[in-house]
Design a protein around this ligand. Structure first.
Ligand SMILES: [Zn+2]
Length: 88
């Protein structure tokens, strides 16, 4: 049982390493779908290590807010990024 848990953690290591990165969803999907091919796992691990960390949303009073994904400044009070559509 412990071995299965250890193997599962090892399989999802790229997703775990990349969970707070900008491309976390892409890394997870690649890891999940192609991790078993070993080369997919290696690519996911490389991506997880090289991906930029996710930036926190910074609200600038009276000016706008930065998108946590792409860094675009949206209008003050905007709920979604004007560039990528992600909620800000
Ligand atoms: Zn954006």
């Amino acid at each position: 049982m412990g071995t299965l848990l250890l193997l599962t953690l090892l399989y999802f290591l790229p997703a775990i390493v990349g969970h707070n990165k900008r491309d976390a969803v892409g890394i997870f999907v690649l890891n999940l779908l192609l991790g078993w091919t070993v080369i997919g796992w290696v690519i996911a691990m490389g991506w997880a290590c090289s991906s930029a960390p996710r930036m926190p949303a910074i609200v600038v009073a009276g000016h706008g807010c930065y998108c946590p994904r792409c860094g675009t400044v949206s209008m003050y009070g905007a709920r979604y990024c004007s560039a990528c559509g992600r909620p800000v």
